[in-house]
Design a protein around this ligand. Structure first.
Ligand code: AQP
Length: 339
């Protein structure tokens, strides 16, 4: 444990691989935040069964893949605590207490629930989709996180977390640190290449999602087929030219440049040249990344060992929080048979 501020973030094992947006919008920032913060990063597998549960073996493999990709991206188990959410029963243990102080109306106002349940109808959704923002609150509060790196879409959930922490503290005493949002400069939203009105997503199969595990030829094909516009001018204008601006943002990030420079460099050239350069820049990153991931996956026992070590480290903090919370609530402590 250090005096550095604490940070907590998670990623769902909801697809066969991370996509570009996960890396640029979140994971790259996580790597940076290993220094200067006491960082907790988890693969939030409990969250990944809220919409639909994959085949058991598939979920297991996806969890290892995401963990391997996080390591390949630069997470270092000696500088952060990397673990799998379901390895710590403390998450649902705290979540239950928080559920009991969450108003039904309050939970009903979560726009992500409204959006996600609208796809299949709220009546047919599992209750887990309704309560997952409360589990998310537990994920954060267990580690007494000072900061949570989030995108705009998660702001409402963090507000709920803060409200629940304040409510509990007011009733039972100071059990929780009140977390703040950490909106890094990388909170960029990467859009679907085929539908630039939607964000790129790993669980929605689409020709517009670039997975970091894909072969170079597939990545290049997807980028070259990205939807743009008809005016032919290389100009960064997310409102009127979302498809092109999205490609420019991706090139800026992977090509270590910026969109103003890209406008100059590609002035007078067609979209084809910009797409080719973007594809090259992404492939240059993705190829070694995929190779490293593959290498890590050849030794699942070592991967599991790293995650077990992370869980043990995480438990030191999470266990303390749950014990304190349960005591404050007044649950009878289990007696020790030895004594
Ligand atoms: N398109 C995106 N642009 C920028 N950031 C993104 N993130 C996700 N998509 C983009 C960020 O990645 C982190 C981990 O996300 P998650 O797996 O917890 O869930 P998500 O946000 O729902 O990501 P996906 O890929 O869209 O997953 P599915 O398809 O399962 O819903 C988060 O910090 C997120 O902001």
């Amino acid at each position: 444990m250090t005096d550095d501020p604490r940070v907590l973030s998670g990623i769902q094992p909801s697809g066969e691989s991370m996509q570009l947006g996960n890396y640029l919008g979140a994971v790259r920032n996580w790597v940076t935040m290993q220094d200067g913060y006491e960082a907790y990063y988890c693969v939030v597998d409990l969250h990944s069964i809220t919409l639909e549960a994959p085949e058991p073996a598939v979920l297991t493999q996806r969890t290892r893949i995401v963990a391997a990709q996080l390591l390949a991206a630069g997470l270092d188990p000696d500088r952060c605590t990397l673990f799998v959410q379901s390895h710590l029963p403390e998450h649902p243990q705290l979540s239950w207490v928080l559920e009991c102080i969450t108003g039904f109306g309050e939970a009903s106002r979560m726009t992500q629930f409204k959006d996600k349940s609208a796809r299949a109808g709220a009546e047919r959704q599992g209750v887990g989709l309704f309560t997952y923002p409360i589990l998310q609150a537990a994920d954060i509060l267990l580690y007494q996180a000072n900061y949570v790196p989030i995108g705009e879409d998660q702001r409402q959930h963090l507000e709920l977390t803060r409200d629940l922490a304040k409510r509990f503290n007011a009733r039972y005493g100071q059990a929780f640190t009140i977390p703040d949002a950490h909106i890094g400069k990388d909170a960029a939203k990467i859009l679907d290449l085929q539908d630039p009105s939607a964000k790129m997503s790993k669980s929605r199969p689409s020709a517009g999602t670039v997975y970091l595990s894909e072969e170079p030829a597939a990545i290049t094909r997807k980028i070259k087929r990205a939807v743009t516009d008809a005016d032919g001018e290389i100009r960064y204008d997310p409102e009127h030219k979302p498809g092109l601006s999205n490609l420019m943002a991706i090139l800026a990030e992977f090509g270590s440049t910026n969109v103003q420079q890209i406008e100059k460099d590609f002035s007078g050239q067609g979209y084809g040249a910009l797409k080719a350069a973007t594809a090259d820049a992404v492939v240059e990153f993705a190829q070694p990344f995929a190779a490293r991931t593959k290498e890590l996956l050849t030794d699942p026992a070592e991967l599991d060992r790293i995650l077990a070590k992370g869980a043990a480290k995480a438990r030191q903090t999470a266990g303390r929080t749950v014990a304190d919370v349960y005591k404050r609530v007044g649950f009878l402590p289990p007696s020790n048979l030895e004594s």
